[in-house]
Design a protein around this ligand. Sequence first.
Ligand SMILES: [Zn+2]
Ligand SMILES: [Zn+2]
Length: 283
Amino acid sequence: MRAFACQNCQQLVFFENSECLRCGSALGFVPEQRDLLAFSPPAEADGTLTALRGGSRHRRCANALIAGCNWVVPADDSGEGPELCASCRLTRTRPADDDPVGMAAFLDAETAKRRLVFQLLELGLPIVSRLEDPETGLAFDLLSSTAEQVVTGHENGVVTIDLAESDHAHRVRVQEELGEPYRLADGMLVHAELLIGDSVVMVKDAGDDDFRALLCTYWPDVDAAWERAVAAGAEVVFPLSDQFYGERSGRIGDPFGNQWMLCARIEALSHAEIAAREAHLDQ
Ligand SMILES: [Zn+2]
Ligand SMILES: [Zn+2]
């Protein structure tokens, strides 16, 4: 996450800040500019904020209080325009106002979601909401499993999050139950997929990985490809072997710090068959 400077006093300020701690200027994140702007004091009586630089006019997102949101929306002279910012707008379902536990977790989840949306914007990825595309547009259902059974996951653009997972102890329990070490609620991008031509490209934030990039490639004759790569001096990271999920794969490193998965599909398995084999492995 990059840092920002207060446009009034140059103090270092952060993505979540709604006020400069040094000079007191009101701050707000403008998604269209991917920048944290400082506004001139005081805000007008109707809540309109005027950018210190450039004079553009904005209003705070309507979720400023309940979601701790510091993003702003454009304010045109008619007073019309969106109420919710580009991130809050993506939430389709949230806990009820009279659910204090759910609402506290909602605030944490929205904070993480703003970081995620920011990262998607930084990557130049299009964000198409469910309102714009009712079939596959992006929407978030932020639900509390204290009230109902909730399964965190995603389907056709709808991301469902069990808000109870913003509680660290609960999340660690679910991590262990599901064997998912990468289950996070801090906005880190763990797994996104892009379709380029007929190839799926996976994107994630850099973690404590020991590679620069990891490319997973499929081969008609993976053994021959493996032998050629190793003979050419590739470093073996994981040897080529048959995997329980129906693939034969191995991982090599190149001299530039990248790693390559060489894979072949050797069995056609259903999700249920893979899950059954995985459960068997764990015993
Ligand atoms: Zn300042
Ligand atoms: Zn907002």
